[in-house]
Design a protein. Structure first.
Length: 242
């Protein structure tokens, strides 16, 4: 992998890639997506069809740098999310970087749509966190709490992301990586809580599928290009958002 902007040159190993994506200390929400040239974010309903070896390395490094991974319940189910464990590829990179080997997955669901027997619950080392709202079924919330899930109630009829992120920060989860899906990404943009978009652009035309944003934002979010990496025709971009 090589850096095209700024300071062009090779990135020789995982440590160099981690340095390229490292963020300043403090609270931060970064969003990671892979998209085709035409904006499609899935092939056959899953993002894996757009991935490359380089994209998978970036994905793992971003997870290794994060205090927590934030994901919508629908995306977690569709992509078969698993907990981050010490012996996983991400866990090994975290240890290599001198970080705790495990980190929690934070599932966002207005209806508390996470089953107590889901692998994110039963196999978790760092307890999975569910962010939901007061309107979610109390029995479902209680069952998840009893199964070991940390349930965070933020908002009355819908999830209030700014308050949820503040609660996560109070728990020591300041640097949060959001992996979508599009509905959660749009909600985070509309709430003004996204600090950075890390977008991998695959050299493919897919057509017919959903894009990054299914509906218009209240106002456009402007991005400032901070970095571009390249490998095998795939571009890995970093945008600061305001």
């Amino acid at each position: 992998m090589r850096r095209l902007h700024p300071d062009p040159g090779p990135l020789a190993d995982t440590a160099a890639l981690a340095d390229a994506y490292r963020s300043p200390a403090g609270r931060r929400l970064r969003v990671n997506f892979v998209a085709a040239l035409d904006g499609a974010i899935t092939v056959g309903g899953r993002s894996g069809g757009l991935g490359s070896d380089g994209d998978r390395r970036v994905f793992r490094v971003l997870r290794a740098l994060a205090d927590a991974v934030l994901v919508g319940a629908g995306t977690a189910a569709a992509e078969g999310y698993r907990p981050i464990t010490a012996d996983s590829a991400v866990g090994l990179i975290r240890a290599e970087l001198g970080r705790p080997a495990v980190a929690p997955v934070v599932v966002v669901s207005r209806r508390a749509s996470l089953a107590p027997d889901d692998q994110l619950v039963t196999d978790a080392v760092a307890p999975t966190v569910l962010v939901t709202c007061a309107a979610a079924d109390p029995g479902r919330r209680a069952a998840l709490s009893a199964a070991g899930v940390v349930v965070v109630v933020s908002g009355e009829d819908d999830v209030e992301l700014p308050a949820a992120l503040a609660t996560l920060a109070e728990r020591g989860l300041e640097q949060v990586l959001c992996e979508g899906g599009p509905a959660l990404f749009r909600a985070a943009l509309a709430a003004g809580v996204v600090d950075e978009l890390d977008l991998s652009i695959a050299p493919l035309l897919v057509g017919g599928g959903p894009g990054l944003l299914a509906s218009a934002l209240p106002r456009p979010a402007r991005g400032e290009l901070r970095q571009v990496l390249e490998e095998d025709g795939v571009l890995f971009t970093r945008y600061a958002l305001d």
